[in-house]
Every structure is written in structure tokens, then in C-alpha cells.
Design a binder for this molecule. Structure first.
Ligand code: RAM
Length: 332
């Protein structure tokens, strides 16, 4: 009897403690996600969102909203994340405008129970669980220089027109390009300029390069927005300068076919957005943790491994030329 009373007291105490703390939340069976991109109006990110929508259909338990600031700035993204913390969402996949400036607000979001990952353009460790990058950084940098080298007979001046000066992804690729330059001793990288992923600024920066470097042989643009604007500027100027970089086939088809940009590279942005969505869902449903040396099962993309510091890497970039551009332009 004494034992029964003791059990009862413990049970009542446990119950009252549960009520004092609020009843434990039932596990959720559907999740609200946000794809937060560098800026709106960028066809590359629109294609990433198409991949997120595809994942929404196949997963069946997530909704993904598409958001981004008007200009590619960290401040604009911070403001949006503050709003999402107040309104409450389950997960955010962000292509970051700055690797460090976004850490505090993303930490705050994670403290509030939101799962945060970066994709495309990363946030440094501490500000996200996983950073999904489209391909090996060194490989992308090497390939950018090699594409230019093939166009100019491995000789002469080249310049880089990048996105914003703080963009994590472009800065990492440019470092890899600089590391590749000694393998091309007759090529010189004269300057890196920034178009901020804004078409008008990218166009102006291209014209400034053409004016400043009369012997320029090639402009390399590791940004889809930059490459499109640069191709237009070079074509409008009539300059005999080659153009290459990372381009969206649907946007670049005309310039590939008319020879302004004879070759360029990119990965599939639809796959990138699809995979980011699968990763967030797996983190939220508890299927995966995102810890180093673990992996995610990402539907038709198969297994994506997490390497050191939460970095997960996808495939190899494709190269697009006149002979294959039409096929890809119809897809992304
Ligand atoms: C632009 C953006 C994006 C980058 C592509 C290649 O659309 O800067 O972050 O991955 O180019």
C-alpha cells in the first residue's frame, strides 16, 4: 500500500511538472520552408526554386516559399530572417550574400528552433547546419581558367567580372582561379571587378574593363547575371574580347549561338534547389542530423555526403557550347 501511494505521488508530481512546462509538442508531420536567395529577379534562383517545387511534390510534407531582397545584400537577408523568426517557419535554405555577417541572425533563428542550411553561397560554420555546394570549389576555379585559356590560345590578359564583393561562392571560386593561374604562365589576371549580380552595374563594369585594358583577351564571369550582362556589353561594343564563365543556358543561348560566348559552364540549378529541400526535410523529420561524415538521401539525386565542417558537395559542372546549348536551354 505504501508502495502504491509512493507511485501515485511520483505520478502526480510528474504530471504536474509536465503541465507546468506545457505539454510536449506532438511531432510535426508537415513543414513550412523558405528558400531565401541572394536577390530576386535572378533566373538562376528561379530555376533553383523550380527544383524546390519539384521536391514539394515528391516529398508531400513540405511547402517552400521563395524570398529574397531586391538587391544582393546581407542587410536585406538579415531583415527577412528577423521577420521569419517572428512569424515562425520550420526551415530556411539560404544562398548567402556574406559568409560571416549572417551568422548571428541565423544562430538566433536556430535558437528559435528553425533549421537553417546554406546552399549555393555558404554561411560559415556556426550560422547553419549544412552548407550544400554545387560542385568542388577547386574544380570550378580550374575549369573557369581553362575555359578562358582555350578561347585565347593560353596567352594574354584576362579579367574577372564577379557578383558582389562579399559573395561566399564567387570569392571561393576566384581564389581557386588565382591558384590555377601559375599553370598558365602566359596568361595574366589583370583585375577582378564586381557587378553585384545587378545587370546594369555588371554592364557598366564590363565597359570600364574594355576601356581600361585595350589588350584584354577574355572576361571571365563566374556569375550568371554577370555573364549575361557582360556578353551584351561586349557584343554592343564590338570589342574582340572573348567572354566565358558560369551561365544559365536559357539566358545565354543567343550569345552562345552567335559566338559572343563560345563556351561556359554550370551545374543544374533545379537539382540544387531540389536537393536543398530534401536536406531540410530530412533534418526536420529527424531522418538525418547533418553531422560530418553522415549523409542525406535526396530522392532522384541519391545520396549526398556531408564532409568536413558540414559541407555537402554535389556533382561536376557541365560545359555548354553551340552543339549542346539548345537541349539545356529548354530545361534551365
Ligand atoms: C548567380 C549567383 C549564384 C551563382 C550563379 C553561378 O546567379 O551569383 O549565386 O551560383 O550566378
Amino acid at each position: 500500500m505504501k508502495k502504491f501511494a509512493l507511485v501515485m505521488i511520483v505520478a502526480v508530481l510528474a504530471l504536474s511538472m509536465t503541465f507546468a512546462q506545457g505539454a510536449p509538442e506532438a511531432a510535426k508531420d508537415s513543414f513550412e520552408l523558405v528558400m531565401l536567395v541572394k536577390s530576386m529577379g535572378n533566373g538562376f534562383f528561379d530555376a533553383c526554386y523550380n527544383g524546390a517545387k519539384e521536391a514539394m511534390g515528391t516529398l508531400g510534407n513540405v511547402t517552400v516559399e521563395y524570398m529574397g531582397p531586391a538587391q544582393a545584400t546581407a542587410e536585406g537577408q538579415i531583415e527577412i530572417i528577423e521577420g521569419l523568426i517572428s512569424s515562425g517557419v520550420d526551415g530556411i535554405a539560404i544562398s548567402a550574400n556574406d559568409a560571416d555577417a549572417l551568422i548571428p541572425v541565423c544562430k538566433k533563428a536556430m535558437d528559435a528552433g528553425i533549421k537553417v542550411i546554406s546552399f549555393d553561397s555558404g554561411i560559415n560554420a556556426g550560422g547553419r547546419i549544412v552548407d550544400l555546394i554545387p560542385s568542388n570549389t577547386t574544380l570550378i576555379g580550374q575549369q573557369q581558367v581553362q575555359l578562358a585559356s582555350e578561347l585565347i590560345g593560353n596567352k594574354g590578359e584576362i579579367a574577372v567580372l564577379s557578383a558582389s564583393a562579399q559573395a561566399t561562392n564567387q570569392n571561393a571560386w576566384i581564389d581557386a582561379m588565382k591558384a590555377e593561374m601559375p599553370n598558365h604562365p602566359d596568361m595574366t589576371l589583370v583585375e577582378v571587378v564586381y557587378g553585384d549580380d545587378a545587370p546594369d552595374k555588371s554592364y557598366r563594369e564590363t565597359n570600364a574593363l574594355l576601356q581600361k585594358y585595350p589588350n584584354l583577351k577574355c572576361i571571365v564571369c563566374p556569375t550568371t547575371v554577370g555573364l549575361l550582362a557582360c556578353s551584351q556589353a561586349v557584343k554592343d561594343s564590338g570589342a574582340k574580347v572573348e567572354v566565358t564563365g558560369l551561365g544559365l543556358p536559357s539566358e545565354m543561348k543567343g550569345y552562345i549561338l552567335d559566338g559572343t560566348c563560345k563556351q561556359m559552364a554550370l551545374w543544374n540549378p533545379i537539382d540544387l534547389g531540389y536537393t536543398a529541400t530534401y536536406i531540410l526535410e530530412a533534418l526536420l523529420s529527424g531522418k538525418a542530423t547533418g553531422a560530418d561524415n553522415t549523409s542525406f538521401e535526396c530522392g532522384r539525386m541519391g545520396t549526398v555526403n556531408v564532409e568536413n565542417n558540414g559541407i555537402a558537395v554535389m556533382g561536376t559542372p557541365f560545359v555548354f557550347k553551340a552543339e549542346n546549348i539548345e537541349k539545356y536551354a529548354a530545361i534551365f
